[in-house]
Design a protein around this ligand. Sequence first.
Ligand code: ZN
Length: 281
Amino acid sequence: MSLGGIEAGGTHWNCAIGGRGVELTRVETFPTTTPAETIGRAVEFFAAEPDLEALGVGLFGPVDLRPDSSRWGTILTTPKPGWEDVDVAGALAAALEVPIALDTDVNAAAVGEWRHGAARGAGTFVYVTVGTGIGGGVFANGRPVHGLLHPEVGHMMVPHDRSRDPFEGCCPFHGDCLEGLASGTAMRERWGKPAEELTDPEAWDLEAEYLALGLANLVMVLSAERIVLGGGVGRAPGLIERVNERLSETLAAYVPAPEVVNPGLGPRSGLIGAIELARSC
Ligand SMILES: [Zn+2]
């Protein structure tokens, strides 16, 4: 049995072949360039697989996921040049002629962590990735959440004390939403250097503070049993301890603080989750 998965992100696409469990037999990564070139490379990768049964795609969004929509699998309003209104699922289905299962890249990562990683056994949890931006996959009662579109947890509003942090925020849509204040892009713009070069404890205390405020909202709204915190910034050494501490203080024992943990599958949550989506076809 051969299943394909694509972690189709805004900067890179990762393609893989898997079968049972978490072992991947072929993996290829390439940059997200134009839609024609990027989708073409993915098609080439999977066309070389003689007995491909299904394909799972974790796609960057916002994307139309309504099963009855004529635009299912189409990318909606994206600031990424050339990708707005591109029917990614349709292009892959036409070229490969296999069933396709689709979700957001972050919901796919949540599926991977739920099946094989740090969220095993949790029916209601959140996977949050903090990198250039902030995204999150939400699981409730054992299923990824969809609705109007899909959760966009990076764009929730959090308290912003301008006397402590005069930085305006960098989200092109909302200014000082969580992504605008706590993404890797926000850290670089506020402190003048990228997160991986930041050693100032004040920078990391502020980062932990914003993430804890956002996670506290998720815990209160969803009753999340666990939070998986991934991404290049999310996995920074020492951050998770600070976030756990601040989350616990923020919740103030009104509800028990769920544990914030790093992904059990490391940077492969999305790709393994995409294979799991294919298994559901
Ligand atoms: Zn925003």
